[in-house]
Design a binder for this molecule. Structure first.
Ligand code: GLC
Length: 536
């Protein structure tokens, strides 16, 4: 091993050099035998996460909720749902994470509340209620139907009629998730106070749910048809969401969130944004006063081909504002597992890519052991998205199945039947089986994360493209006096990667078996192999 240096201890922003790990609390670890994970479960597994080497844990929502959208329908922003535990459990989790030098990031869901949130109960009580304007209300259209053509991401009109008061309210997602009106300063003030509540409790940052949705057209103009819409795909995209998302004014709202985060030292603001790169980067803010990390989901959609990926990296690097720090995501609770997208053999190459690119990586729970996307039988479907828009692959249950800790009956996740089925291969693909195995997927992840930590060139160095040819993708990371070459074979045939004039030593192969090998001139890559090479 080269000289060890831990950038975390040398004043660099922790979130630049660190690795973020997403926990979906319902599915991580159950401790009270109800088949649903809880906060005590996350605390119990912190040693595992520390051993994996991640720097921060992002928790999907654990707030009181009727669970219409599994917690993304918040009924109380400043408490914990009994299903997940108590505020005391949350405090214990934060304290235990901090003791281990790990940060805790929580999900903030400011775009909408649950329909049972007291704010909405007040708002719908009468047209004159002082909270009425905290949500978005419109009279029916001329035909008595919805006020305009806006669509819900989860299917159908985005307007629901409140019979008692005779007006429609807007919901970008479920009708049980009414959108807050961010044009009302009282709403902003209330959410800012929610943020202060958690920041004062010690959280290290927020991942802000659907941040690009926060402002909608004040004139409520119809969205135009999408000329590229293909039948059989997500019906939401029949229209271009021009007047419902990514309005210029949203940047002021984001800057407002950032100001609250900056009231506390060293905290992080992440935004969930599904937009093309050129629009995405606006969310850093004109003066870098927006999100520290607008989530970059482009790897989830780019074809798994060397040229396409290199083109993406180059485009992203070029689009970043000066001083804007990149980030990469390979999986989350809304998108199919990487294992399914690229195939089991390529999942290792994908892991090497994620953990060697320039920018903060976010790793989705279970991807580090190679968890598969699980087929969910119709009678066990839970996801409201799949229920509303069935049969076109929108369902998200398959990526939210219980974490596979061991080969016991319920995979060490719970003593009871879990809320979603386990992957059929859990007896082989699990933490206990992979922990001591020198070439398991888990070992690969531990070693990649450790390499990143010990080689600042990987965590903070510059990116330079080297080759993108057929199945070969090569790039360099240079910094702190080191040059590190990453060579990835995205295909199923061996290949020879030319590194004219270069000599180096292998730091890691995706198969964990070539460490220390000297390479000169050309380097051979086996099928589906990736290498990290330290150049002389
Ligand atoms: C975000 C969440 C997703 C949720 C939606 C509505 O996209 O990641 O899980 O359903 O927002 O809150």
């Amino acid at each position: 091993m080269e000289q060890a240096r831990d950038p975390r201890r040398e004043g660099a922003s922790w979130w630049k050099s660190g690795v973020i790990y997403q926990v979906y609390p319902r599915s991580f670890q159950d401790t009270d035998g109800d088949g649903v994970g809880d906060l005590k479960g996350v605390t119990r597994r912190l040693d595992y996460l520390q051993g994996l080497g991640v720097d921060a844990v992002w928790l999907s929502p654990f707030y009181p909720s009727p669970m219409a959208d599994f917690g993304y329908d918040v009924a109380d922003y400043v408490d914990v749902d009994p299903l997940f535990g108590t505020l005391a459990d949350f405090d214990a989790l934060v304290a235990a994470a901090h003791e281990r030098d790990m940060r805790v990031i929580i999900d903030l869901v400011p775009n909408h509340t649950s329909d049972v949130h007291p704010w909405f109960a007040e708002a719908r009580a009468s047209r004159h209620n002082p909270k009425r304007d905290w949500y978005i209300w419109r009279d029916p259209g001329p035909d008595g139907g919805p006020p305009n053509n806006w669509l819900s991401e989860f299917g159908g009109s985005a307007w629901a009629l409140d019979e008692a008061t005779g007006q429609y309210y807007y919901h970008a997602f479920l009708d049980r998730q009414p959108d807050l009106n961010w044009r009302n300063p009282e709403v902003a003030a209330a959410i800012h106070d929610v943020m202060r509540f958690w920041l004062a409790r010690g959280v290290d940052g927020f991942r802000v749910d659907v941040i690009w949705h926060l402002m909608k057209d004040p004139h409520f103009r119809d969205n135009p048809p999408n000329p590229d819409y293909r039948a059989g795909t997500n019906p939401y995209f029949r229209l271009l969401p021009l007047h419902t998302t990514d309005l210029d004014e949203v940047q002021d709202v984001v800057a407002g969130l950032r100001r609250v985060v900056d009231e506390f030292p060293d905290r992080l603001l992440i935004g969930e944004i599904y937009l093309p790169i050129e629009r995405l980067v606006a969310y850093y803010g004109g003066a870098l006063d927006g999100a520290h990390l607008p989530f970059n989901f482009a790897l989830l959609e780019t074809p798994w081909q060397a040229r396409a990926i290199e083109h993406l990296i180059t485009r992203y690097e070029a689009a970043l504002p000066k001083g804007g720090w990149p980030n990469w995501v390979l999986g989350n609770h809304d998108r199919p597992r990487i294992h399914k997208r690229v195939g089991g053999d390529q999942a290792r190459v994908a892991a090497m890519l994620l953990l060697t690119l320039r920018g903060t990586p976010t790793l989705y729970y279970g991807d580090e052991i190679g968890m598969a996307q699980v087929e969910i039988p119709p009678e066990r479907v839970q996801d409201p998205y799949e229920k509303n828009v069935p049969g076109i692959g929108m369902g998200r249950d398959g990526v939210r199945t219980p974490m596979q800790w061991d080969g016991s009956r319920f995979a060490g996740f719970s003593d009871a039947e879990p809320w979603l089925p386990l992957a059929p291969d859990f007896t082989e693909v699990n933490v206990a089986a992979e922990m001591g195995d020198p070439d398991s997927m888990l070992t690969l992840h531990r070693r990649l994360i450790s390499l990143r930590r010990h080689h600042p060139a990987l965590s903070e160095g510059d990116y330079a493209p080297v080759a993108a040819d057929g199945d070969l993708l090569m790039f360099r990371r240079d910094g702190a006096g080191e040059r590190i070459l990453v060579a990835l074979n995205l295909g199923g045939d061996p290949l020879l990667a030319a590194m004219p004039g270069a000599r180096g030593r292998v730091l890691l192969s995706t198969f964990c078996d070539r460490e220390g090998e000297t390479v000169t001139g050309d380097v051979g890559l086996r099928a589906h192999e990736g290498l990290v090479v330290r150049l002389d």
